[in-house]
Ligand binder design. Sequence first.
Ligand code: PMP
Length: 406
Amino acid sequence: MSMFTGIPEAPQDPILGTTTLFNADTDPRKINLGVGAYRTEDGKPFVLEVVREAEAQMLKDLGTKCNKEYSTIDGPPELKKQTQGLLFGKDNEAVTSGRIASVQALSGTGALRVATEFIKTHIAKGGDKDIYVSDPTWGNHNAIFAKAGLTVKSYPYWAPATKSLNIDGMLAALGAAAEGSIVLLHACAHNPTGVDPTEAQWESIVKVMQEKKLVPLMDSAYQGYASGSLDKDAYAVRLFLSKGFEFFMCQSFAKNLGLYGERIGMLHIICQTPELAKVVLSQVKLVIRPMYSSPPKHGAELVMHILGTEAQYAKWQQELEGMAKRILEVRDLLRKGLEAKGTPGTWNHITDQIGMFSFTGLSQAQCERLISQHHIYLLKSGRISLAGLNKGNIQYMVDCVDEVVR
Ligand code: PMP
C-alpha cells in the first residue's frame, strides 16, 4: 500500500481554478473574469513597455552590472529605498531616518506570509493573536494567516443592500477587538468589493485603531490602479504613517508593473526608531533564511531599473494611467449596457467601485449559470475582474448578465 493512500484530494483554488476551467472551454465566446490580471483590448496578457526596456537593458548589463549570483536574504538596499519612497514618499522622515525595516518578498503573498510568521513569533510571542480581515476579503488572506498560526476573525465591510461600505459595522467590530490585535487593511482598490473608505472614513478607522491600540497590517496590491495615480493611491498608507503608528506594510508589483509571475514585492515594517528597525530586520531575516533563503533577482532588477530612472518612472506612470483608464471605460460600458437593456436592478455600483474588480451583486446561482451556460468565468461570490472585458466582448457579457438576472 502506498504511504499516500488515503490522502484526500484537495479542492481546486476558487480563483486560480476558474482559469483551469476557462482554458479547457473550447467555445469561442468564452471570457475569463476570474483571475485579477490585466488584459489588453484584444484580451491578451500585457507586458509594459517600461518592462521590455528594462529587460533589454538587463541583457546588456549581464555579466557587468548584474549577474546571477545569489541575492542577499533581504534584497538590495537600493530596492528598499526606492520602494519605500514609492509608498511613503521619498522625503518622508520615516524613510530618511531609516526607521523602516524592509525586505524583498515573493510578491504580495510572500510579504504577507513573512509578516505574519514574524508576528506569530515576536508580537504574539508564540501565543494566540487575533487578526481581523474584512468580510469579504481576498480569499488567500484567510489561508495565509491561518497557516502562520494566527486566529483569523473578521470585521463587517460590505453592505449588500447599498452595495457600499458598512463603515458603522466595521468601526464597531474594531472597537470591540482585543487590544493589540492585528487588522488587515487594503491600502486601496479593495479586493473583492472595489469599495474603499473615503478620506473621512479612514480618519475614523485611524481613531478607533489608536484608541484600541490595534496594529495595522496594510496590503498594497493595487497602488496606481484605483485612481491611476501612485501618490493618490498611497493616501491611506501615508495617513497611518503620519499618525505615528508602528505597522506592517506589504507591497506587490504584480498588478501595477504587470510582473505577476516574477514574484516581486516588499515587506516594510515601520518602527519607532532606526535602532528598533535594525533589530526587527535581523529577525525578519531569520524568518526568511529557513523559508526560501533569498529572493529572486530578476524582478528586483526590473523594479530598480524602472524606479531608478527618471524617464522610465515617468513612462511607467503613463502606462499605469492607461491601464486604469481602460478599466474605467469598461466599467462605464458595462453599466450603460445593462441600463440600456433595462436589466432588472441598479447598476451604478459598477462605476462607483474602483480598481480591477467589481462585486456585481450577482447571486451564486446566477454566477453558476454564467459559467455553465454562457462560458463566462467569474467567482461564485459575484466578483468579476474587469480586465477581462473589452469592446469586443462587452455586449455578449451584457446580454448574458441580462439573461441570468431576468
Ligand atoms: N493582496 C490582495 C488584496 C490581492 O488581491 C493580491 C493578488 N490577487 C495579493 C495580495 C497578492 O498578490 P501577489 O502575491 O501576486 O503579489
